[in-house]
Write a protein that binds this ligand. Structure first.
Ligand SMILES: NC(=O)c1ccc[n+]([C@@H]2O[C@H](COP(=O)([O-])OP(=O)(O)OC[C@H]3O[C@@H](n4cnc5c(N)ncnc54)[C@H](O)[C@@H]3O)[C@@H](O)[C@H]2O)c1
Length: 254
């Protein structure tokens, strides 16, 4: 009988994680480093705390600061990552913006800003890394969405719309680039203990309902999401593409 062992590890790989100055993104960077990958962090904010955390594991880490909604900035950062590390195997689109607003109070400016921050970096970074991934014959694009797209959570029309668009993006791009050994997937995340959830007004009112509505009655931690991100990046996940994986303790069971 032939035994197919789980092909784990990311030794020699290079992962570019966007929006990793804080929260989930920092956990992804640490996990990639633990798996043997070099880590490039792109964020509009200072990511030195994430760099310091990853340095505990590897010296192969660097942060690139810039606004990832600006095409030239993204191009320059991706070119610099290629110069510094020689390749880009994994792109994690993790940049996000969270804001609660009743629809009637939501302005057109808020709507446009949400779509811009949640989607433009995905388009721009994927566009910039794809030629290299094609040449390598290997690539992993993993985009962070939200379980609110399954739940239709109120006061988040702009956010839920933007996070839903990520699903369309991964489904369509996956079909285009699978022939080059590139997979494209999304993860829908539930409320994660990246910060005190009571800081968020909606979470303050909904928090009492969230844990009981989960199948697993404990808060999602960044490392829970990082486990799935790391798995999708591995050779073992080479047949999984165009998918949306829900990681929220079982609130949404779609
Ligand atoms: N934390 C949660 O409870 C939760 C729940 C569902 C989904 N998510 C998703 O997971 C991802 C990470 O969430 P989080 O809470 O850790 O972080 P976050 O959403 O608060 O921010 C992520 C990072 O994006 C960066 N960023 C914002 N605009 C940028 C820009 N124009 N250019 C470059 N960087 C920019 C920020 O500086 C920050 O470091 C996001 O996509 C978020 O929508 C989070």
């Amino acid at each position: 009988m032939q035994i197919h062992r789980f092909e784990a590890g990311l030794e020699g790989r290079v992962a570019l994680v966007t929006g990793a100055a804080i929260g989930n993104g920092r956990a992804f960077c640490e996990r990639f480093a633990e798996e043997g990958a070099a880590v490039a962090i792109a964020d509009i904010a200072d990511a030195s705390e994430t760099v310091a955390a990853v340095r505990e594991i590897t010296n192969r880490v660097r942060a690139y600061q810039g606004d990832l909604t600006i095409p030239d900035t993204v191009q320059q950062i991706v070119e610099q990552v290629e110069r510094d590390f020689g390749r880009i195997d994994v792109l994690v689109h993790n940049v996000g913006l969270y804001e609660e607003e009743p629809f009637e109070l939501l302005t057109f400016e808020q709507w446009k800003r949400m779509l811009q921050v949640c989607l433009d970096p995905l388009f721009l970074t994927a566009h910039a890394v794809l030629p290299r991934m094609k040449r390598q014959g290997f690539g992993r694009i993993i985009a962070l969405s939200s379980n609110t797209i399954w739940l239709g959570t109120p006061y988040l029309v702009h956010y839920v719309t933007a996070k839903s668009a990520i699903v369309g993006f991964v489904r369509s791009l996956a079909a285009e680039v699978g022939q080059y050994g590139i997979t494209v997937n999304a993860i829908t995340v539930g409320v994660t203990a990246t910060q005190d959830p009571t800081d968020r007004p909606m979470n303050r009112t909904l928090l009492k309902d969230i844990l009981p509505s989960q199948c697993i009655h404990r808060a999602d931690e960044p490392h829970d999401i990082a486990n799935v991100v790391a798995f999708l990046a591995m050779p073992a996940a080479s047949i999984i593409t165009g998918q949306v994986i829900n990681v929220d303790g079982g609130v949404a069971r779609h």
